[in-house]
Design a protein around this ligand. Structure first.
Ligand SMILES: NCc1[nH]cc(CCC(=O)O)c1CC(=O)O
Length: 329
């Protein structure tokens, strides 16, 4: 056996607890798959050090560019990203080798005293303050409160998951909204007081899914990593991200999307794609859905790509374009 097949594979990862948890899981799977040792290489990204609000720094790619630079420089062999943080345009010199099976894509509310959103907003004398810096979450939470005939105040916060949970623990906010997937991965999903139904709050495109990426020149490794791919998840996130791209939106835009795969016993055949764009105050929501076929082969993503584009065109025709410029305060 040659040196290059036995040396440890280097997995580049951000240092946050969430990133380390995600990378740790994938590292274990790659060890089993390849029989090779995998070592974690910590990389600091601009998104980790900047104190600016995500919506202000533009969102797109702030967490991934340093990892990608390290891949292209050959400093690491592969990287694991939260798929929802990946820009929709895939660079030609990098391969999205695997999209492993997705975990719960929903958003979660973590509120004081174990309260649900309905309970939190029921107190007419006091407007509940909910922390989120995401225009997508703001738009849908405000619209939800309006539909209940109530109001919430959304408060822009950022920071890692532990520090965001701290706002509720210290009583500074009535609640915060985070991805259930992130809470699960750092072992704190028990603190969620309500999982938000996608009928009310659509998650970010790709939420709950991971992306395993390597340099395109590393075709042998890409082929091995492809064993970790889940074709259903890949089709779903492809449709969601196609919608996002066609709306010309980045990850900080007020866009939610979720594709479900309607599986019968043997094979999934039908996919539903739902999308939403809203004004951050929740006064306008453009929410539409479509259905299409699950691709017969994971190598042919034409159908999900078209679904996303077609739904985006319908949403734009219904006024989505005017909502895309919205940014969080
Ligand atoms: N934008 C930050 C981010 N990127 C990925 C996750 C965790 C969930 C996931 O993997 O989708 C989070 C935190 C959050 O939105 O609560």
């Amino acid at each position: 056996m040659t040196d290059s097949t036995m040396r440890a594979l280097r997995l580049g990862t951000r240092r946050s607890k969430l990133a380390m948890a995600q990378s740790g899981h994938v590292a274990e799977a790659v060890r089993e798959l390849t029989g090779r040792p995998v070592e974690l290489v910590e990389i600091t990204t601009y998104g980790d050090t900047s104190r600016e609000h995500l919506a202000q720094i533009g969102g797109t790619g702030v967490f991934v560019s340093a990892l990608r630079d390290a891949l292209l420089a050959g400093e690491i062999d592969f990287a694991v990203h939260s798929l929802k943080d990946l820009p929709t345009a895939q660079p030609g010199n990098l391969t999205l080798a695997a999209v492993p099976v997705r975990v719960d894509p929903r958003d979660a509310l973590i509120a004081r005293d174990g309260l649900t959103f309905e309970e939190l907003t029921a107190d007419e004398g006091r407007v509940a303050r909910i922390g989120t810096g995401s225009p997508r979450r703001m738009a849908q939470l405000n619209a939800w409160a309006r539909s209940l005939g109530r109001r919430v105040e959304t408060v822009p916060i950022r920071g890692n998951i532990d520090s965001r949970l701290g706002f509720v623990e210290k009583g500074e906010l009535d609640g915060i909204v985070l991805a259930a997937a992130g809470l699960t991965r750092i072992g704190r999903i028990d603190e969620a007081t309500q999982l938000l139904s996608p009928d009310v709050v659509l998650p970010a495109p790709g939420q709950g899914a991971l992306a395993v990426e390597c340099a395109a020149v590393n075709a042998d490794l890409a082929a091995q990593l492809a064993e970790l791919d889940d074709p259903f998840t890949r089709a779903a996130v492809t449709a969601e991200r196609s919608l996002l791209a066609a709306l010309e939106a980045g990850c900080s835009a007020p866009v939610g999307a979720l594709a479900d795969l309607r599986a019968d016993e043997q094979a999934a055949t039908e996919m539903r794609l739902r999308g939403v764009v809203g004004s951050t105050d929740g006064s306008v929501l453009v929410q539409l859905s479509t259905t299409g076929h699950v691709p017969a082969s994971p190598d042919d993503m034409t159908a999900p790509l078209n679904m996303g584009r077609e739904l985006a065109a319908e949403m734009l025709a219904k006024g989505a374009a005017g909502l895309m410029g919205e940014r969080a305060l």
